[in-house]
Ligand binder design. Structure first.
Ligand code: 4NP
Length: 154
């Protein structure tokens, strides 16, 4: 049975595409059947490629995220995905605000899966390459924890 995971940030061009890329690489290594996607709580970057700095960061680490395109979270996501993983506390709060009554997805924060409960993946958008490297390290760490959890989940 395929598990499904949606990664969510604000713009869907920096953190959540990096999280999706890191997680896809992790589950491919484990041969875990998982469907992934990413989305933004905002509508700023619909149909856009990830930020060029995010594409370059993933590429340096052997992962191609250049084919991903931005989209906004929608109500149907709450019944379509098993897990919806927010990059930061603001986006988690916004997800809870739009969550329908019949939602079946489990909501979490990305860094919960790295044993860093309540911490947010910092937004690298307004910073430099160092910020993107930190984001990459964070999403890789959390992806390992989430993949382990899914591998052991019934
Ligand atoms: P993300 O970063 O939420 O990690 O994709 C951002 C991307 C765009 C904007 C803010 C954050 N923006 O304001 O356009």
């Amino acid at each position: 049975m395929f598990k499904s995971v949606l990664f969510v940030c604000l713009g869907n061009i920096c953190r959540s595409p990096l999280a999706e890329g890191a997680f896809r690489a992790e589950v491919a290594g484990l041969k875990l059947p998982v469907v992934t996607d990413s989305a933004g709580t905002a509508a700023y970057h619909i149909d856009e490629k990830p930020d060029p700095r995010a594409i370059a960061t993933a590429k340096r680490n052997g992962v191609d995220i250049s084919t991903l395109r931005g989209r906004q979270v929608k109500v149907a996501d709450f019944t379509r995905f098993d897990h919806i993983v927010a990059m930061d506390a603001d986006n988690l709060a916004n997800l809870k605000r739009i969550m329908p009554a019949d939602a079946t997805a489990k909501l979490s924060l990305m860094l919960d899966w790295a044993g860093r409960k309540g911490e947010s993946v910092q937004d690298p958008y307004y910073g430099d390459d160092d910020g993107f490297n930190i984001t990459w390290a964070d999403v890789v760490e959390a992806s390992k924890g989430l993949a382990d959890h899914l591998a052991n989940e019934a």
